[in-house]
Design a protein around this ligand. Structure first.
Ligand code: ZN
Length: 104
């Protein structure tokens, strides 16, 4: 894993949301890369400060509901785009297959 990949997974790593393989790769990288280690330590300290000062404050219910709705819409849009992509790929495969069958 390189520094760019570590940055990509930085917050998931700090929040313990990365999978075990990613965690192992990052930990191995951190042993050899003081820059990434320093960056992660800085982010962990900032994370602790934020949790200490803001963890008691809870977002209002309407805000949480609005965020949940937006996340749901985003997930639905992603599923729709994935379905559309799969459909386009299948149509392309069918066109290629029919073309090959016609000329063989
Ligand atoms: Zn690095």
């Amino acid at each position: 894993m390189d520094c760019a990949k570590v940055k990509e997974f930085l917050y998931r790593f700090i929040d313990n949301e990365a999978d075990s393989t990613v965690i192992a790769h990052i930990e191995r990288h951190l042993k050899d890369c003081p820059l990434c280690e320093k960056e992660i330590n800085k982010e962990k300290k900032l994370d602790c400060l934020i949790r200490e000062h803001f963890s008691k404050d809870e977002a209002p219910a309407h805000l949480r509901e609005a965020i949940a709705r937006r996340l749901q819409v985003k997930r639905q849009r992603q599923r729709y785009l994935l379905g559309l992509f799969i459909l386009v790929v299948l149509i392309a495969i069918a066109c290629i297959w029919f073309t090959l069958m016609r000329f063989s």
